[in-house]
Write a protein that binds this ligand. Structure first.
Ligand code: SAM
Ligand code: SF4
Length: 420
């Protein structure tokens, strides 16, 4: 953690702040709480982190607001997987200068992956930002805000992932029907294009006891659809003291899901039960027939498999450091479809990776037509700092990336529509 001097800030004491923000409304006794605005960019992992953070704020007496104009604290939970996501944050926060100037005590924070990737470059480009916090330290955000109120100046709370920590959020969560449970953090795969291992750190799993307790309490509060989150859920358990793996974890979870009453509404091929457990994301190098059997046999586990292929060319997959071939991927899909009747497969694809020729791209088109994914998330390659691929020549021109992106989207759209 580092502190920086802040030249130009209003030094409200904590008492002033409480008096400012808890003013009793005239004619009534409703206290006015400090209000926090949290906006999320990026993946489900970030959505989940923001949700946990909101719960912490509520517990600390804050009110949530949807409008920056009403906020005492503005937080952007950011993504750095593609440069475009960072540009959007720079653009959005850049528009808040006037609001900051006319709102005494307004605190602005940038948290998450972009904070970790860009570090003090953010303070240089956006002097109105008061603090940065990386993904491993998000549970500290309310304390960071208190420190700023106490006159600490600019704060950076980064690189917590180096100590392998996972944020310790409060256990008490607000009831949401569709919700997430993080089972692991970080990634050890180092796909050559991907910044995640550099901003979220190495893989670390949460003990199964903690995960089970969290799921139980969410179900008790009414959660119906729970998604287990990890960058590569199939390697869950690595480094834990207990002997456990992802399939074991799924079995343990399935056991604690209450059996629903029988109903004629549950058709064949659908998840048999009222409470559904999904998971994201599976890496093809670690997905197995054993996993597919678990998806077939465990009544509460969803039959949706998100299995990013990234490219249909072995040459590109090798350059991406994905550690599987198109042949192996096709075999996985065949096994999945044979084993998990009524199952759904979705994927991620990157177009315009360095060295992707027309032939490589046509190989991707071919595999997409052949497999007929239920849905595909298609991205234009974006060079990212720290990554191996950032040293490769980004040789597919933007216009060509856009053309490949459009073409693939059109083809996938037709496939997805034909399946509905
Ligand atoms: N761990 C997951 C996995 O392996 O699929 C998801 C990681 S990432 C947040 C989600 C998707 O973003 C990846 O599957 C990939 O398609 C895409 N992505 C990652 N880095 C990218 C980059 N530099 N440029 C374009 N797309 C990228
Ligand atoms: Fe990134 Fe690859 Fe890890 Fe997914 S598996 S987070 S794409 S390095």
């Amino acid at each position: 953690m580092r502190y920086m001097k802040n030249q130009n800030r209003d030094n409200l004491s904590p008492l002033d702040f409480v008096q400012e923000t808890h003013k009793i409304k005239a004619g009534g006794m409703t206290p006015k709480c400090p209000r926090v605005y949290v906006r999320t960019f990026g993946c489900q992992m970030n959505e989940h982190d923001s949700e946990r953070l909101r719960d912490m704020f509520v517990q600390r007496g804050y009110a949530l607001t949807e409008r920056v104009e009403d906020a005492d604290v503005i937080i952007f939970n950011t993504c750095s997987v593609r440069k475009h996501a960072e540009d959007r944050v720079y653009g959005k926060v850049g528009t808040l200068g006037k609001l900051k100037a006319k709102t005494p005590g307004l605190i602005i924070g940038i948290i998450g992956c972009m904070a970790e990737a860009q570090k003090d470059e953010i303070f240089r480009r956006l002097p109105i930002v008061d603090f940065l916090c990386g993904p491993a330290d998000l549970d500290k955000v309310p304390d960071i805000i208190d420190k700023i109120r106490n006159g600490a100046g600019h704060i950076m709370y980064l690189e917590g992932y180096k100590s392998k920590r996972i944020p310790e959020f409060i256990r008490d969560r607000r009831i949401v029907s569709n919700t997430y449970v993080k089972i692991m953090e970080g990634c050890d795969n180092f796909c050559s294009y991907c910044i995640v291992p550099y901003v979220r750190g190495r893989e670390r799993s949460r003990p199964s006891r903690e995960i089970l307790e969290e799921i139980k309490s969410l179900i008790a509060k009414g959660a119906k659809n729970i998604t287990l989150l990890g960058q590569n859920v199939n390697s869950y358990g690595k480094g834990l003291k207990e002997k456990n793996n992802f399939i074991e974890l799924l079995r343990k979870i399935d056991k604690i899901i209450p059996s629903p009453l029988p109903s004629p509404l549950w058709g064949e091929g659908r998840v048999r039960g009222e409470i559904k457990i999904n998971f994201l994301t599976s890496h093809p190098k670690d997905a197995s027939q054993e996993l597919f059997k678990a998806m077939r046999d465990l009544k509460s586990i969803s039959k949706v498999m998100h299995l990013p292929i990234q490219s249909g060319s072995d040459k590109i997959l090798k350059k991406m450091n994905r550690k599987y071939t198109v042949k192996k991927y096709k075999k996985l899909v065949k096994d999945f479809r044979k084993t998990v009747e009524g199952g759904t497969i979705t994927t991620d694809i990157i177009v315009g990776f360095p060295g992707e020729t027309l032939k490589d791209f046509n190989d991707t088109l071919k595999i997409v037509r052949e497999i007929e994914f239920d849905a595909a998330y298609i991205f234009k390659y974006s060079p990212r700092p720290f990554t191996k691929a950032s040293k490769f020549k980004d040789d597919v021109p933007l216009k060509e990336k856009e053309r490949r992106h459009r073409l693939l989207l059109e083809i996938q759209k037709k496939i997805s529509l034909s399946k509905t």
